[in-house]
Design a protein around this ligand. Structure first.
Ligand code: SF4
Ligand code: SF4
Length: 174
């Protein structure tokens, strides 16, 4: 989404969004942002992707634009902390983005591509399946093969966690 296309639709504004974010770990300082753009200018992902801009994500959150919870944009963050090193207001943009993603998960609004990753982590404890080709490539690089996951062990590890609740909620909503 380019800045020109950032429209504020008043009917969709949720004034409680910023309050919720401030109550979440990492989101406490979101209201301090004065939109200087230092985070975006420092961002390694923004340098590569036009559609990722941490300043814009924070602006949308502060304005109560709930579509930020369904957007893939916060999920592109590489968690390099450059923005957080440089933010003159100590907003900790990387942590605000994390809070946005956590709220998105709590409200069952994680974008589909990332739900698939969640499902893999919940089932096999990995981002993706390790196939023969991956092990072949590892062998080629002198690395040992990766053994298949113990799915029962992974199920035990996530049992009773908030992550398990989020993944089950995502599956039910499909
Ligand atoms: S650097 Fe800090 S104050 Fe400036 S836009 Fe980013 S979050 Fe806001
Ligand atoms: S932590 Fe995320 S938002 Fe901040 S500079 Fe790195 S990639 Fe960009």
């Amino acid at each position: 989404m380019s800045m020109e296309k950032l429209e504020l639709r008043y009917r969709q504004v949720d004034s409680s969004l910023v309050k919720k974010l401030k109550q979440m770990p990492g989101g406490e300082a979101v209201g301090r942002c004065y939109q200087c753009g230092t985070c975006s200018a420092s961002c390694v992902v923004n340098a590569m992707l036009d559609n990722f801009n941490p300043r814009r994500v924070i602006r949308m959150a502060v304005l109560g634009m709930r579509e930020v919870l369904e957007s893939v944009e916060p999920w592109y963050c590489a968690v390099c902390y450059m923005c957080t090193e440089r933010c003159p207001r100590n907003v900790k943009p990387v942590s605000v983005l994390m809070a946005v993603k956590n709220l998105s998960a709590i409200e069952g609004k994680v974008p589909q591509a990332f739900r698939n990753i969640n499902e893999n982590i919940a089932r096999i404890g990995r981002l993706f399946e390790i196939d023969d080709f991956t092990n072949f490539m590892r062998e080629d690089m002198g690395l040992p093969p990766i053994e298949p996951s113990d799915e029962e062990e992974v199920a035990k590890l996530i049992s009773g966690t908030e992550f398990e609740r989020v993944v089950k909620g995502e599956a039910e909503n499909e």
